[in-house]
Ligand binder design. Structure first.
Ligand code: HPA
Length: 234
């Protein structure tokens, strides 16, 4: 047990998938894992452990934003020895060729700030994905036929952004989409020598204002879970 995770030591698998929403963790565990059992529910942040093709997997919520993700990822790595951590989440599209429901594999994550900023001080550290996971996810999404983009994303601290000029500059520099967690996951994976990847579905678009209706989110989310699981065990 840790401050925020009620699971016993052996209850967390070396491979952890992390949606932001704890109810997504429940849905993914029930639909994609065998023998899934609840291992955490502290503060309603649900975590489940089961198997995928015989491999142990935990699916655990991260909450929204880097401070929340940072708490869970620190404890999953430092107390439960998680080795492979894959965020499965949604993002806002920032390029015209990036459509709603497309998949983005985050090669890097640009930020204004992260919970790790206090360590880096004057350094602009470049948080990036594990290459092995990234290339396996590219293959997995190809075989699923998902329209996939690979490149940089933006991990923002705000959903209700008062600085649209910043998004314009990021779009100008090829950033594919915006979410709120990836950079800190990559920072922590780098710090502790673990593998990490962020797989995203485009749920809304900053330029067109389009948004994925709630009833269509499940299908896109399912594709992402499968891409993440296939990449983890490739
Ligand atoms: N901004 C930030 N985070 C997000 C968005 C967005 O538009 N869509 C999904 N996560």
């Amino acid at each position: 047990m840790t401050i925020h995770i009620g699971a016993k030591k052996g209850d967390i698998a070396p491979t952890v998938l992390m949606p932001g929403d704890p109810l997504r963790a429940k849905w993914a565990a029930e639909n994609f894992l065998s023998d899934a059992r609840l291992v955490n529910q502290v503060r309603g942040m649900l975590g489940y452990t089961g198997t995928y093709r015989g491999n142990p997997v935990t699916i655990h919520g991260s909450g929204m934003g880097m401070p929340s993700l940072s708490i869970y990822v620190n404890e999953l790595i430092r107390d439960y020895d998680a080795q492979t951590l894959i965020r499965i989440g949604s993002c806002g599209g920032m390029q015209p060729q990036v459509g709603i429901r497309d998949v983005i594999l985050a090669m890097t994550a640009t930020t204004i700030n992260t919970p790790s900023a206090g360590i880096f001080k004057e350094i602009n550290f470049a948080p990036c994905a594990d290459y092995g996971l990234l290339s396996a996810a590219v293959e997995a999404s190809k075989s699923k036929g998902a329209k996939t983009h690979v490149g940089g994303i933006y991990s923002s601290d705000v959903f209700y952004d008062e600085r649209p000029d910043l998004n314009e500059q990021l779009t100008r520099h090829g950033i594919l989409g915006v979410e709120m967690e990836a950079a800190e996951l990559y920072n922590l994976a780098a710090r502790y020598g673990r593998r990490a990847l962020v797989v995203l579905t485009v749920s809304d678009h900053l330029q067109t204002g389009e948004a994925l209706p709630a009833d269509q989110r499940e299908q896109s989310f399912g594709d992402m879970v499968e891409i993440a699981l296939e990449a983890a065990f490739a």
